[in-house]
Design a protein around this ligand. Structure first.
Ligand SMILES: [Zn+2]
Length: 205
C-alpha cells in the first residue's frame, strides 16, 4: 500500500512505467540525464540513457544501423559513456545505470519521435531507414572491392603474360623448353622449369 505522501514523490516512467522517486538536484548544471521534478513525461534512468542515445548524433545513427544494442553491454563502451556523463555534468551516477535493462527494453515504443535539430541531422524517419541505407552502402563497398580485386587480377595476368613472352624470347635456342610462369597460392610468381636450369648448369661443370 502506498500513502498519499509516497504517491506525490513517485512518478511512473513515461515509457516503461518503472516507479521512480523524485529527487531533483538543487542548482543542477546537468546538460544530460538531469533529475526531474516528476513532471508528466519523465523517464526512468534506463529510458533516459536510451533517450540520450537515440537523440545524439552520430551515436543514434550507428545504433540504428546495428539493429542490435548488445554492444552497449561491453565494459569499454560503458566507460566511454561515463566520460560523456562527466563532461555533461549528469545528475545521474554511472552506477545507477542498468545497461542490461536498457538492452532488454530496447524495442519498447517511445511516446515521442526523434526530431532532427542543428546538432542531430537524424530524424526518426532517417533513423528508421538507416538499416536499409547501411545495407545499401555495404553492398556498394563490396562491389567496389570485388571490381578492385578483378582489376588487380587482370593486371597480374598481363604481367605474367609479358614475362612468359620475355622468358621464351631470351631463350630462342631451346624451343623444347617452354617457360611458363604462374602465380602460386602465396601470390608470388614462380617460373616452371627453373629447377631444371640449375640442374643443367651443374651438369656442365
Ligand atoms: Zn523507463
Amino acid at each position: 500500500m502506498t500513502n498519499l505522501f509516497e504517491n506525490k514523490d513517485i512518478v511512473l516512467c513515461a515509457r516503461c512505467s518503472a516507479r521512480c522517486k523524485n529527487m531533483p538536484v538543487p542548482n543542477s548544471k546537468a546538460k544530460m540525464l538531469k533529475r526531474g521534478v516528476g513532471e508528466k513525461g519523465s523517464l526512468c534512468i534506463s529510458c533516459a540513457v536510451h533517450d540520450w542515445l537515440r537523440n545524439t548524433y552520430p551515436v543514434n545513427r550507428i545504433l540504428a544501423g546495428m539493429q542490435n544494442p548488445k554492444y552497449l553491454l561491453l565494459p569499454h563502451i560503458q566507460e566511454q559513456f561515463t566520460g560523456i556523463m562527466r563532461a555533461g555534468f549528469s545528475d545521474a551516477r554511472p552506477d545507477e545505470i542498468d545497461w542490461q535493462l536498457i538492452v532488454d527494453n530496447w524495442d519498447l515504443p517511445w511516446p515521442n519521435k526523434v526530431k532532427a535539430t542543428a546538432m542531430n541531422p537524424m530524424s526518426q524517419e532517417l533513423l528508421d531507414r538507416e538499416p536499409a541505407e547501411l545495407a545499401k552502402r555495404e553492398a556498394i563497398l563490396k562491389e567496389e572491392f570485388k571490381s578492385k580485386e578483378k582489376r588487380k587480377k587482370e593486371r597480374d595476368e598481363k604481367v605474367i603474360e609479358a614475362m612468359n613472352d620475355f622468358l621464351n624470347a631470351v631463350n630462342p635456342d631451346r624451343p623444347e623448353r617452354k617457360y611458363q610462369c604462374h602465380e602460386n597460392e602465396s601470390h608470388s610468381i614462380i617460373i616452371d622449369g627453373y629447377e631444371d636450369i640449375q640442374a643443367d648448369n651443374s651438369d656442365g661443370q
